[in-house]
Design a protein around this ligand. Sequence first.
Ligand SMILES: [Zn+2]
Length: 133
Amino acid sequence: MCDSVVVAPSFLERMISHAQSTFPLECCGVLGGKKSVVTSVYPLTNDLASPTQYFANPKEMFQAARKMREKSENMIGIYHSHPHGPSTPSLTDQEKNYYPGLFYFIISLAEAEPVVRCFVMSEQGIFSPIPIV
Ligand SMILES: [Zn+2]
C-alpha cells in the first residue's frame, strides 16, 4: 500500500466547494487516478439527501466509471463530507462502507475552515490516516 496520496490543490478545492454547495447535507463523489495520484474529481448526487449519510446516485456512478475508462483512469478513491462532524470516519462509515484499498477522503465543515483528510481501509476494515501531498 502507498504511504501517501497525491492531490493537486485544485482537486481539493473542488471537493471542498462541492461539500459547501450541498451543506447542510452530505456530498459524495469518486476520484479517478493512477496508482496514488488523483487525476479527476467526479462529484455525484447523494441520493439520500441526508446530513449524516450518503449513497451515490448509481446512474452518475456508472457515467463516472465510463469517463474514467475513456481517460484510462482507475477509480482510486471516494469522498464525502461531514457537514457537522469531524474529518474522521464515523461509525456509519466503519459499518456501512467496505472499500479496502481505496483512498477514502472526508471533508469536514464543522470547523472554521474546511478540513480534508484521507484514510485507507485495511482488509480487516480498519481505517488508517494517510498524508495528502
Ligand atoms: Zn462519513
